[in-house]
Design a protein around this ligand. Structure first.
Ligand code: ZN
Ligand code: ZN
Length: 186
């Protein structure tokens, strides 16, 4: 439960005196957030306003912004990708853990603080791009030698199948890259 991560926690005692506003950066190291698979991150910025609601519930609304370092899905080049996620959470002791959905979370009525790491992490995952590319026309890597085809044409004779797919990719021109992506059976 305890993340050891004060920047991601709301002090519920402080909240009794009135709404709490907080803004600051979060540590970039992945440990507390379990962000290993989400790409390295330069100190995300978190801003929120927390206020007590009815019957022991708490509302926390705000924004999370971060610069993500992702790999281009075609050429594997590093991309800097700005992420911005607006969130509006309600933590409610009347909600059971299995009833959590759509930004509504359970809340231990005896808790002294509220942990934002898990809900924010969910928003984070939802806010990430499905198919990041370095540029619309990225040509990807040679399927034979692995050369970056954006930088040079390696001169390899690639499988006719690959060439056909390359032409098709051009025609589709990145409209629906997911749908146009060929299966690599090599
Ligand atoms: Zn690329
Ligand atoms: Zn090649």
């Amino acid at each position: 439960m305890n993340s050891g991560f004060p920047a991601g926690r709301v002090d519920l005692n402080e909240l009794r005196a009135g709404p709490v506003e907080w803004s600051g950066t979060l540590p970039a190291e992945p440990g507390a957030w379990g962000l290993e698979e989400l790409g390295s991150v330069d100190e995300p910025l978190l801003e929120y306003r927390a206020e007590a609601g009815g019957r022991g519930s708490v509302r926390v609304a705000g924004r999370l912004t971060a610069m993500l370092k992702l790999a281009c899905r075609r050429c594997l080049d590093e991309i800097e990708w700005p992420m911005e996620v607006d969130f509006d959470f309600r933590f409610d002791p009347a909600v059971q853990e299995w009833e959590e959905e759509g930004g509504v979370f359970t809340l231990d009525p005896n808790a002294a603080s509220l942990d934002l790491v898990r809900p924010l992490r969910e928003e984070w995952v939802l806010g990430m791009p499905d198919y990041p590319v370095c540029q619309e026309g990225c040509r990807g890597l040679c399927s034979v030698c692995g050369a970056d085809l954006n930088e040079s044409n390696c001169g390899c004779t690639r499988q006719p199948g690959d060439d056909r797919w390359a032409v098709l990719k051009q025609l589709v021109s990145d409209g629906q890259p997911e749908a146009a992506r060929p299966d690599n059976d090599d």
